[in-house]
Design a protein around this ligand. Structure first.
Ligand SMILES: *C/C=C(C)/C=C/C=C(C)/C=C/C1=C(C)CCCC1(C)C
Length: 248
């Protein structure tokens, strides 16, 4: 008889927690949306979209590790679902920068285009590499090169945020500026958890290491989807409150 594996149980449980957390986040952003001044509501809408899309994917991802807690029941990883989720949610997260900056038309579109193209390269590169690692059960040459390409694309996103976005934030009201500077750090520090998760499977073989990777990704997702959304939400909430004060 095979024993129930604690790591499998923990992974299963964290997928469930991820699903519930994303669902709760969605509800919160939607319910609170109307407490914002109309011009700021799209920030809550985008935050809710991100957590909603993630909640659906988490619901299906949790089935990938089986239900029994047995290592032998795992016959693959939810890499496809995971990366489809990222392909949708990461551009939505990045949209919040031009949105909060109030950049429209030419400037906003140019910034958004660069951010999204770099982001898509990062995610597609990661998918190609991670699939080959999964298939081999450990290090592959393709996995390594895809990792390098993904990291370069991510560095470019950081570069844009610390130059263009930071400059554009300078003449914004204090709550918006503060939120933008904090959101920058999510992309720098919060997003750095993902390449760490990927790297563990690149440098250590085995199914258990891949389970650890899923745990790392789940942890990162909750910070970068719910936490990031809350930062942007509280900024526009403060803006809405000062606006109400002025109009009364
Ligand atoms: C909600 C989901 C988010 C914020 C996902 C973010 C994913 C990344 C920042 C992934 C980054 C990667 C690299 C920088 C190198 C290649 C491997 C990836 C795709 C894991």
């Amino acid at each position: 008889m095979e024993d129930v594996n604690l790591l499998v149980l923990a992974t299963q449980y964290m997928f469930w927690v991820g699903f519930v957390g994303m669902a709760a986040g969605t509800l919160y952003f939607l319910v609170e949306r109307n407490s914002l001044a109309p011009e700021y509501r799209s920030t809550a809408t985008v935050a809710a979209l991100v957590t909603f899309v993630a909640a659906i994917h988490y619901y299906f991802m949790k089935q990938a590790v089986g239900e029994s807690g047995l290592l032998s029941e795992i016959d693959g990883f939810p890499t496809e679902i995971r990366y489809i989720d990222w392909l949708v949610t990461t551009p939505l997260l990045l949209i919040k920068f031009p949105l909060l900056l109030g950049l429209k038309e030419g400037k906003g579109r140019a910034l958004l285009t660069k951010l999204v193209i770099a982001d898509i390269i990062m995610i597609i590169g990661g998918y190609i590499g991670e699939s080959s690692i999964n298939l081999a059960g450990g290090f592959t040459q393709l996995g390594l090169w895809a990792y390098v390409v993904g990291c370069i694309a991510w560095f470019y996103i950081i570069y844009l945020l610390f130059t263009n976005v930071t400059k554009a934030a300078e003449d914004k009201p204090a709550p918006i500026r503060k939120a933008l500077l904090q959101m920058r750090l999510f992309i720098l520090i919060g997003w750095s958890i993902y390449p760490v998760g990927y790297a563990v499977t690149l440098f250590a073989p085995g199914i258990e290491v891949q389970l650890v990777r899923e745990l790392i990704y789940n942890f990162a997702d909750s910070i970068n989807k719910v936490g990031f959304g809350l930062i942007a939400f509280f900024a526009v909430k403060t803006m809405s409150a000062t606006k109400n004060l002025k109009s009364t």
